[in-house]
Each structure stands twice: as C-alpha cells, then as structure tokens.
Design a protein around this ligand. Structure first.
Ligand code: ZN
Length: 274
C-alpha cells in the first residue's frame, strides 16, 4: 500500500487498541465490531483512552492536567530548551540539533511514521512530507489540540493526531516504516512493554529513532540523588547503555546505535526481521 493512501481519511487506519482490528466510523465515534467499544472523535481527534488517568498510580499520568496546561508554551523558549539544558546539560544538543539528528536517523525513509508521545507534533511535524505521513499519539488532549492548531497554521497536511497510550496502540501489526519516540521513553512505567508494542506496529526492518536521557556528564542527571528524586517523584527512568540495549533486544529490535551528548541519549535501532 502506498503512502498517502489514507490522506484526508486517516480514520480508516485506526484499530481497536484492545482487539487490534480496524474500527468502523459511526457518526462521531469509531466503533470496534469485536468488543463493541466506542471511541469518541473529539474536535477531529480520535480518543482511545477510555479510563480516567487522573486516578492512576503512575505519577506521569496523574499530572495530565498540568501537561495539558503547558501545551501552548511547550515548544517555546519557556519550556523545551530549558528542559534540555537542565536535564541534558548546557553543552549538550540543542532542540534544533535534536530535530536534525532525528531527521538524519530517519534518513530517506518514506511511508508511514508513528510519532510516540508526540506532544504538539514537536518532531513529527518537522519530518512530515508529501511522501511521509505522520501519525502522532499522545495521552494529553491539550498537546494534541495544540498540534492540530500548529499544523493548520503551518499548512502541514500529512500529520494526524490521536489520543492513545503507548502500551495500547490503536494500530494493526506491521504498519509503520519508521517510529519516533522523542523525549518520552524515560517516562513510561514499563519500558519493555512500551517498546514491544512499538515493535508490533512496525514493519520488519523498520527504523526506531529515540531521544531520551542517560546518567551522562551534563545537567542535573549526573547527580545520583537528583536521579533518585526524579525517579520517585516524577517517574523518570534514565537509562544506561547496556540496559537500553537489553531492553531493545528483549522487545524485538537490533542494531542499537547510541550517541550520548551530556546526559542526552539519542539512538536508532531496527525492528528485527520476521
Ligand atoms: Zn475491540
């Protein structure tokens, strides 16, 4: 199937996050023929999270209202570059360098790209093209609405947003040519569960491009006490390289190629062939 086939009708690509079968459009919902669950489409954005996250045991999920609120400033100088400096260190990669690193990792791969925890399409919007269709998922409706506003304003047609959790992706198996996971892997409660679900939706040999954090030489993450506090209070896991490679191998990836700048870890890997 060629890229762009779903352009303008992305609803046809979404599957039940539980049953993984394609959903049927019924007025303002997408319905699963197998389990009968209806997923509402809110202002053009399908919502696949039916449980109430604010009561979750996971500290990241409980902070959803805050994440919704910072959406308008997330990509401005007030947020993203500060987070990169504080966590990653002042001499580590800048936001522009990170975008260009991810674009290089993706290289000339075209087709469908899944953008995990996309925020307002921070990375996905910047790599979308007429031959590269981006599907962004995030748990924050505020971020997704901001992303839809940006793409409308910037005239980018090939980016689609849906509210979903990485552990239960609303897509069939083997759909994506590439997957981005930029600035979020360290926040997922179960790293291997998240990576396995990403691998499931990717084609054999498809590329995974990640930016996350490690206990490197820059930023606050070089201090063990701060790492412990971040882990306890904010659910942030920073990875060491052998641990990351092990997680990837366990989840169905190979060719781990890491680069560390300060405490920022960027890497790509490929889904193992079938
Ligand atoms: Zn279902």
């Amino acid at each position: 199937m060629t890229a762009g086939k779903f352009m303008g009708s992305d609803v046809g690509i979404y599957a039940c996050p539980t049953c993984k079968v394609l959903l049927r459009r019924e007025e303002s919902v997408l319905r699963c023929a197998r389990c009968s669950q209806a997923y509402p489409i809110r202002q053009g954005i399908p919502d696949f999270i039916v449980q109430e996250l604010s009561r979750s045991a996971d500290p990241v999920l409980r902070r959803m209202r805050f994440i919704d609120q910072i959406a308008p400033i997330y990509e401005t100088k007030l947020w993203y570059p500060i987070i990169l400096n504080v966590y990653g260190g002042f001499h580590s990669l800048s936001f522009a360098q990170l975008v260009s690193t991810v674009a290089q990792q993706i290289g000339s791969t075209n087709g469908r790209v899944l953008d995990i925890a996309c925020g307002p399409g921070t990375f996905g919007r910047r790599i979308a093209s007429p031959s590269r269709e981006v599907f962004g998922i995030d748990i924050s409706m505020g971020m997704l609405r901001q992303g839809a506003a940006y793409t409308a304003r910037e005239g980018i047609a090939n980016v689609h947003f849906a509210r979903a959790r990485v552990e239960a992706l609303p897509f069939e198996d083997g759909l994506f040519d590439a997957t981005l996971c930029c600035g979020s892997l360290h926040l997922f409660g179960e790293t291997v569960t998240a990576l396995r679900e990403m691998a499931r939706t990717m084609k054999p040999g498809a590329i995974l491009a990640v930016f996350t954090f490690t206990a490197g030489r820059g930023g606050v993450l070089r201090y063990p006490r701060i790492r412990e506090w971040m882990r306890r209070e904010h659910g942030l896991h920073e990875f060491d390289l052998p641990e990351m490679e092990h997680h990837l191998t366990t989840s169905g990836f190979k060719d781990f190629q890491p680069e560390v700048s300060g405490s920022i870890l960027t890497f790509c890997a490929h889904k193992q062939p079938a």
